[in-house]
Design a protein around this ligand. Sequence first.
Ligand code: G3P
Length: 478
Amino acid sequence: DGEVYRYYADGEWRASASGKSVAIVNPTTRKTQYRVQACTQEEVNKVMDAAKVAQKAWARTPLWKRAELLHKAAAILKEHKAPIAECLVKEIAKPAKDAVSEVVRSGDLVSYTAEEGVRILGEGKLLVSDSFPGNERNKYCLSSKIPLGVVLAIPPFNYPVNLAVSKIGPALIAGNSLVLKPPTQGAVAALHMVHCFHLAGFPKGLISCVTGKGSEIGDFLTMHPGVNCISFTGGDTGIAISKKAGMVPLQMELGGKDACIALEDADLDLVAANIVKGGFSYSGQRCTAVKVVLIMESIADAVVQKVNAKLVKLKVGPPEDDSDITPVVTESSANFIEGLVMDAKEKGATFCQEYRREGNLIWPLLLDHVRPDMRIAWEEPFGPVLPVIRINSVEEGIHHCNASNFGLQGCVFTRDINKAILISDAMETGTVQINSAPARGPDHFPFQGLKDSGIGSQGITNSINMMTKVKSTVINLP
Ligand code: G3P
């Protein structure tokens, strides 16, 4: 009906002076569902100025008060779970139940962040000088954590709410202000989430949310001199941002090609269940999804059969029906996935199911006997298509995992815990899960990627620490 969602600046909902908007296409209907403002660079400048001013006062606001407001926002967020989940269903085709879980998980994350913040930021350190050679006990160094300033948060489409609050919560509790640039798909869910923070009563200008085309305001935001920290989750863009960003701390979580290594002694039912959950939940559109199965030849037939038996039972359809497999986020994403499938076909992979696609909806597909010369052995489809590579030794599996340019997570299935730990040590990934599929949560666990999968570590505690700096005062005695 021509209505355009407003952006959030200086505690107000505003229409952009550009008079332009960006369409959000529903992945299921492939029709425009919502429109958001296409903010201008001038508007970004204003937001940055306001964020800088608001931050100074916020940093002086007592920590317990900051925590109190975050708890309030968390409760409001949970109260608004239904309308926010509805947006997730329409904008990113997240299955209805998962959409609600994302919002609830986000509320819990914000509360936990407030609690964790008052503990870790409420502590400082005292050092005395006489432990270093040549010094008397005449200097006392008091150090505590201070905020960085303005934090720029850029979450991805697959968790527009959860991966926004995982940046907003730590930034705010630590005394920073925050500028959010939501993904286009998921922007309206993010605006609703920001509204919950608005209702909680945070000071004007402390939180802002600018929407628009990445091509117009993306670089302008990430290279803006007013930004003191960037927390980004997404794809390759992160690598480009890291090259252009100024001298500011970066927290990045980019892609992954998480391997699932299954040994002969593994519980085969457990392996199959985790391949399906890890590879196909939210249609494989998670950076922590299982993206390559590396399985010992002797158990491969049995596991492939078990996985196939589960795949036929998955419900394929619209997210409103709470289907397991829903349309992927955009047509170009579906085309990319199809490209990987066709490449594997030409090079002789075994199709365990017939390849089927209608619009953005792709039916779950397991590709067996994938070889390293196929693109899908290395690239991440971000869709419901999973390659199986048969291996003859554990070393072969570890080698494939480590030859990837990614290093987010991985998993190993075996009943031998000693072997599992040795394999975990050998895998060049930020996390290795033993006997379960990769996953970021629980959200207070450290979460990090090696190589092209990221910079720094996330998880509630690590994010709070990352968004602070140490400040010292030294008392010199006569
Ligand atoms: O894709 C984003 C990544 O953070 C995944 O999170 O909770 O699905 O493991 P999760």
